[in-house]
Write a protein that binds this ligand. Sequence first.
Ligand code: ATP
Ligand code: MG
Length: 376
Amino acid sequence: MPDQRYGGAMRLCGQRDTGGGTALRHELSLLQRFADTFLKDVNLGVLLINPSFEIMDISDMACRVLGVMRDSVVGQPMDRIFTDLPAEHQLVDRRILDGIVVRNHAMSWTNNRERYELLVDSNVLRDDMDRVVGAYIIFKDVTNLRSLEEQVQRSDRLAMIGQIAAGTAHEIRNPLTSIKGFLQVLRRTFQDQGMNRESGYTDVMLKEIDRINQLVNEFLLLSKPKNVTFEEVEVPKVLREILPIINNEAILHRVVVQYEAMYGLPKVVADRELLKQVFLNICKNGIEAMGEGGYLTITEKVDREERKVLIEIHDTGPGIPSFVIDRIFDPFFTTKSEGTGLGLSVCQRIIHDIGGHIRVSSKGFGTTFTVSIPFP
Ligand SMILES: Nc1ncnc2c1ncn2[C@@H]1O[C@H](COP(=O)(O)OP(=O)(O)OP(=O)(O)O)[C@@H](O)[C@H]1O
Ligand SMILES: [Mg+2]
């Protein structure tokens, strides 16, 4: 009984089956078995394509990364499966069948759940007469390597900014404190003397000073948080404490906040105040992205295998374009006229320092930030 699974691979190597002796058949069945196990186990994306650009076989890992079911794609033309993707985002071009060899082509792929960084190779397969009988596509998932590389670059940049910040922040804060103090005295004097316009000016000045102070505080956090207190923290408690603040901000933008709590979420070890800052920053970004109206959903999850608590913050905003998404964690990267671009880099630092990470996924509509924090 021919193995259904190997319809494709068989047809490709079937060219050599001259219907000869048992030895050949035995060899073939061994090859089939190898191919079967190979495509199941191999930690590579493998696709076999016939000359009509139809998928003849696909490895399990390729199905997982591409977000497809094996049974629904085998026998289908490549370009019909990923119809909604523009040509430049297709895994490979039909022209690979003309003999165009692809080696280490770096590309990003986003399936319904995750974004992957892939290195793609492809080449044609020829028979003994040098006729093209198909092609193969092999890809490696290098997401972890890429993110490691990015992390190293990012921490280099953070370290540099940290040094500058640590050097200057205190120097800025000290004079600011005295300016603020004297301004408060002035405001009182103006108020006592009924000089309303002047006291209004001092109000504006005091507000601006608060803004500078806030910026400097963020700078200091980037350098090295000084008095961090690690303790066992119940994330849901932290979230409940900041929900009123998030709600206030949301009401201003006619956004509805939904909180999906999970019973029995394990405790994590973190600094409670810094955690609040992380969730506030991400929620604020979501609300700001939505503009007027929308839903902000905060969901608690747990990954017991990886021993991580996951907090997902989803908004129904416009999403993050792919040319922006790689830069959002960079210090000072902002698309807002009033933004400092420090929000997410501070969040990233805080979560990294407790062994967690922040992932983002955005597919044109809506954005989800997932904060994962290890639990002991
Ligand atoms: N939920 C989101 N939807 C769309 N874009 C987002 C979202 N979150 C972040 N961004 C993008 O990432 C950029 C960087 O965010 P970050 O929080 O670091 O800085 P900011 O919000 O611009 O400034 P700040 O946080 O200092 O006010 C934003 O300017 C925005 O372009
Ligand atoms: Mg922000």
